[in-house]
Design a protein around this ligand. Sequence first.
Ligand code: ADP
Ligand code: MG
Length: 680
Amino acid sequence: MAGLQDSVQYLKGIGPAKAKLFEALGIHTIGDLLYHYPRAYEDRTRLLPIAKLEVDVPACFKAMVMNSPRTAHIRKGLELTKVTVADHSARLNLTFFNQRYVTEQLQYGREYIFYGAVSGDFVGYSMTNPVFESPDAPPVLTRRILPVYPLTAGLTNRAVTQAVAQALELCGPPPEILPREIRETYGVAPAEVAYRAIHLPRSQEDLEAARRRLVFEEFFVFSAALGLMRASRTVAPVAPYENLDLSPFYGALPFRLTGAQRRAIGEILGDFQKGVPMNRLLQGDVGSGKTMVAAAAAYCAVKNGKQAALMAPTEILAEQHFRSLAPLLEPLGISCVLLTGSMGAREKREAREALASGRAGFAVGTHALLSQATVFSGLDLVITDEQHRFGVSQRAGLSAKGIRPHILVMSATPIPRTLALLMYGDLEVSVLDELPPGRQKIDTFLVNESYRARLNGFVRKELQAGHQCYMVCPAIEEGEAGKSAQAWAETLGTAVFPEFSVGLLHGRMKGPEKEAVMGRFARGELQILVATTVIEVGVDVPNATLMVIEDADRFGLSQLHQLRGRVGRGQAKSYCILVSGNRNPDTQARLKALCKTTDGFRIAQEDLELRGPGDFFGQRQHGLPTFRAASLTMDMELLRQAQTAAVDWINRHGDEDTPEATALRERIGQLFREEDVAPN
Ligand code: ADP
Ligand code: MG
C-alpha cells in the first residue's frame, strides 16, 4: 500500500515523464500532492435557465439537443461544430472549435448539463466551447466546485485534479496533528474533512471550513516550532533594571537624537523596568538611526552590570557597527569586543575570554557569536540587526546564551504586522518614523535598455563631479538568472568606463576580500562598485550619489527600497535608476510605484500582497517556511488564536508520545528542512 512519503509514480497515469512535471511544481511524494492546494476554485454549482444566463459569466444549465451537431471544415486546422440546444426558457447556439468528437457525444433529443459563458451582441446570444456531461453521470465537470491548481507547462488542471483524487482515495489525508481539544476550542475541522474539502469541496461552506482549518494548522505548526525552539517557554519574571541617567550617553553623541529615536529609547528603558524580558522590534527605514537606539539600550544594560550583544548578518556590517560604537562607548566605561568568523584565532580567543570573564560588556559580531566557543558571563540584552536575514534557529541561538535575556530586533524592512507576529511572536514595536535632519529624497527612475547610452552619460557626469556610483546586479556569475555582477564589472571596467576604477563585491567573496573592496570604495579609491545584494545592508558612503539597479524586476520591492537607501546619505542630490526590459504590465506598475513613493511601509505591504510571505524578503533569507493556505494580510485573528493554542499546547504536551504530538514534531521537522540561510 502506498503511503504519503511514496513517490507520485505510485499513482495510476503517472510515469517518469509525468513525475518530472510534478517535480517542477515541487511535488515529489503523494504527501506533497495533498499539500498542493488549489490556487482558486470555479464554482459550477449554479444551475440556471438559459434565459437567465448572463453575458461573460460562466454558469451551468441543463438543456436538450435540438438538432444533430454539424461540423464544417473551414480551413486547414480549423473545424467548427455547431449545435442548437434549448430548455423551457430559451434556445442557444453552441459552437465548438476543433472538437469533432462532440458530434458523437451530443445526441439529438437528449439532455445534458453544460457549463460555459454566453457571449452576446445584437445578432443574438451564443456560447463557445462549453463543457458538458450527462445528468446521469457523476458530477465531474459541472454541478460542483472545481479546484484550479497551480500548473506547469505540459500538466493540465485535469491531470492534477485526478491525481489528487486518486491520492486521497489511496492514502487518505495526512495524519491529524491538531489535538481534539484544540480543534474543539477553536472550532476547526478535523484533518480528514479539511484535506478532502480543500481539494474537492462540495459547497462554499465546506471550502471555507477547510481553508480555516488549514490556515490554522499552518500557523499552529509554525508557532509550535518557534515555541519548541525558544530557550525558555514561559515568561518568568526577571529583575528590573535600575533607572539610569542617560545624559552621559547623550552628551557623548556627535549629534542630537531625533524625536523618534528618543521615543524608542524611552520605550526600551520602560521595558527594562517591567520585570519581564523585553521582546521588541525596532523598525525604521534605512538611515533612520537604529544603531544609536541599540547603543543606548546596550549602554543601559552594561551600566546595570549586565552584558549586551549585537549580532549583524554580515562581517562588513558588524565591523561598521563596531567602528562606530566602540569609540562612543569605550570612553563611557563600556568595554567592547568584536567577534567575526574571519578574525584570527588569537583575536577570537581574546574576545571570547573577555566575554566569558565579564571583562567586556558589549559584543558586536556576526554569527560567530553563536558558536559553542562563545560564552557570556551575564548576557542580558540580545540585539539583532537586519534580523530577517537570520534563520529562526539562529535567532533563538543567541538568546540561549543568556538566561531569559531582553530581546531587541532591528529591521529596516518595515515588516507588516502579521508577518512580524509570525516571525517573532507577540512583540512590541517601536517605529523610527523620522529621518535625521538633512536627508533627502532619492529621485528614482525606471528605464529600459534603449536608454543605455543616456544612462552611461549620466553615470559619467556624476563620476566626473567627484561622486561615486553603485551598480547592483541580481546574479554573481554568468549563467545565473539576470545580469551577472562579475561579467558586468569586467565590461564596465574595460569597455564602458575604462577611465574610472571599478570594483566588484559579492557574497561568494571571502570576508577580508569583501572588506578590502568596501574599504577602497569608502575611501574613494573606487568610483564604481558593482555588487549583488550584499550591499543591501551595509556601509555608509555619503559620497555615493547614484545607484543603478540592473534587471530590477528580479528584486522584491522592499529589497529595491532597501538597496536604494545606500545612496542619499550625504549632502548631494542622489538618484536611483532601475533598469528593466520586462514589459509585463504588472511588473512595470510595481517598479513605477517604487519611483513614486518613498514610504517603506506601503512598499512592504504591497510586496507582501504581491509576492506572499515566502518570498517577502527575497532569496528566502528570513527563515520563514512557505505558507500554502495562509494569506498573511487576511488571517491576523486566526494567527493569534493559533499562536495562543500552540504555545499553550507545547507547554503542556509538547514532549508526549501521543500520535498527535509525534505527528506534529514530524511536521515541524519537515518545515525546517526547507530553511536555508545563504546570503547572496
Ligand atoms: P539605520 O537605521 O539604517 O541602521 P544608522 O543607525 O546606520 O541607520 O544611521 C545612519 C547614519 O545616520 C549614521 O551615519 C548615523 O551616525 C547617523 N545618525 C543617526 N542618528 C542621527 C541623528 N539623530 N542625527 C544625525 N545623524 C544621525
Ligand atoms: Mg543599520
